[in-house]
Write a protein that binds this ligand. Structure first.
Ligand SMILES: Cc1cc2nc3c(=O)[nH]c(=O)nc-3n(C[C@H](O)[C@H](O)[C@H](O)COP(=O)(O)OP(=O)(O)OC[C@H]3O[C@@H](n4cnc5c(N)ncnc54)[C@H](O)[C@@H]3O)c2cc1C
Length: 455
């Protein structure tokens, strides 16, 4: 690429949007995975608005330059890691949030953090439910592109359930506006749904219209202590047969220990597993739901159940669960899984993961959004140990194969990205893979949008 071409790009963008400064570009090269295989971008564009996105994509399309869109870089699948010679397109400066109380919607630019949208909605007594554990460090654009889940999704659903409209810049630079502030709308194909979860491979999201709901009622929290993860999983299955708690999270012994070492919270280090459940049902139904959960836990063999009506105390346990990734990260190098299965098969998934850990001689602490069958087995191995890294990679594949064999998925919420791409055909099969490629070819015939990610 000659210098004139980059000057053309600079001229097409708002002032200061283009950067070729190596240190700045480096800061936008990788996501949370810190992938060693991230490529070296040609340049970085930090768009100030949709016009910059259109100009950047048009410039790239004319030259066949790959475009890697990027939100806040908290992704766990390598999805926003650069490829060689790409234009890294960061949406981190586009952060406006407008709350429309009448329609109960938020009109949000993609760089706004999830937590900022929640806070803006809360000022009007409203709530944006999707709550990835990373809600304080991830963007709405990234949430839309990965169809992010979280802790309350067991009752309230995932990102796609709250996206009413999207502005999208297509691979040739065409700007389209999809959906709107309408609760119901079946005109035309469900294109909004197509772009949600497309991991930056079909278009760049420049604005989202999000559905808001009334503020959540004060939840009551139950924490149950078990000798084994299997017993905890049995309790999850039993609860799922009768009700939907507003949270149902699991931590195993290794993740409890890691969190206690990271930021001591008084969790029981001797516990084989911990379940953290919440109910936000109205009035007397809240206590009734908590009693149903308690009975299921005790029936499954819980050693102890602790209940609190104090939301602040409940939040401390949720915070302990959210701290699991950074805590476990201190134990060594990680390969992070996101496999999910139908809820009744959760106990078999967890038993299988323990067997894989033993067989491959690696540690696999597990945390889980257990209520919706979505687990995060985290394969830990010593940094710089090539043999252990090889065993970890084998275990990584084995866990995905186990989930597929149980009718599950290789990723419940983080996305396929670059880390799980090789396993996708095994889950989807040749016909669905071919259909996926036909859609991609129709929307991005040059294959410039996030090449190498997702499929
Ligand atoms: C500690 C921790 C806890 C986490 N917990 C959860 C959790 O509970 N649930 C969950 O779902 N995830 C979780 N994540 C993963 C991550 O936070 C989510 O995947 C999040 O949605 C990524 O948002 P981001 O803004 O950081 O996106 P990035 O990492 O920058 O990008 C993610 C993907 O989205 C694409 N993308 C980003 N912005 C756009 C856009 N505007 N248009 C098109 N494509 C775009 C990128 O190309 C990439 O493929 C966690 C991560 C961490 C570090």
């Amino acid at each position: 690429m000659d210098a004139t071409s980059l000057e053309d790009l600079r001229a097409a963008l708002s002032e200061g949007a283009l950067s070729t400064d190596p240190a700045t570009v480096e800061n936008y090269r990788r996501d949370w995975t810190q992938s060693e295989s991230a490529g070296m971008p040609l340049c970085l564009v930090r768009a100030a608005g949709a016009d910059d996105v259109v100009a950047a994509v048009r410039w790239a399309a004319e030259r066949g330059v790959p475009v890697v869109p990027r939100g806040a870089g908290s992704g766990l699948s390598g999805g926003s890691c650069a490829v060689d010679g790409c234009l890294t397109l960061s949406l981190d400066r586009m952060r406006s949030i407008e709350i429309d109380v009448e329609t109960r919607t938020a009109v949000v630019e993609p760089g706004a953090f999830n937590a900022e949208v929640k806070a803006a909605a809360a000022e009007h007594g409203l709530w944006y439910p999707p709550d990835p554990s990373s809600f304080e460090i991830c963007s709405i654009g990234g949430n839309v592109a990965t169809n992010a889940g979280g802790l309350c999704c067991v009752k309230y659903g995932v990102t796609t359930d709250y996206v009413l409209g999207l502005d999208v810049v297509l691979a040739d630079g065409t700007f389209v506006r999809l959906g709107g502030k309408r609760i119901k709308d079946v005109a035309g194909l469900s294109l909004v749904k197509l772009f949600v979860g497309s991991e930056g491979t079909l278009g760049i999201v420049t604005r989202a219209i999000l559905r808001l709901v009334p503020a959540q009622a004060r939840p009551a929290t139950l924490v149950a202590i078990f000798d084994t993860v299997e017993a905890a999983a049995d309790a999850v299955v039993a609860v799922g047969r009768t009700l939907r708690p507003s949270m149902m999270e699991l931590m195993d012994n290794a993740s409890i220990g890691a969190v206690e070492d990271y930021q001591p919270m008084g969790l029981d280090r001797t516990a084989g597993a911990l379940l953290i459940a919440q109910s936000d049902a109205p009035g007397a139904a809240r206590a009734e739901e908590i009693e149903v959960i308690r009975a299921a836990c005790e029936h499954a063999g819980a050693k102890e159940c602790f209940v609190t009506d104090d939301p602040a105390e409940g939040e401390l346990f949720a915070a302990a669960r959210r701290a699991a990734f950074p805590a476990i990260e201190r134990l060594g190098a990680l390969m992070l899984e996101d496999v999910g299965v139908p809820v009744p098969l959760l106990p078999r998934l967890l038993t299988g993961i323990a067997a894989i850990a033993q067989e491959h001689d690696v540690q696999i602490p597990v945390v889980a959004h257990a209520g919706d069958g979505n687990t995060h087995p985290i394969i830990v191995y010593p940094r710089g140990d090539a043999a252990a890294k090889g065993r970890a990679a084998d275990a990584f594949e084995a866990v995905m194969r186990l989930a597929i064999g149980l009718g599950g998925t290789i990723t419940g919420e983080h996305g396929v990205g670059r880390l799980k791409k090789a396993a996708l055909p095994e889950q989807l099969g040749p016909d669905v893979m071919a259909l996926t490629h036909r859609i991609k070819d129709a929307l991005d015939p040059q294959g410039i949008l996030n090449p190498g990610a997702a499929f």
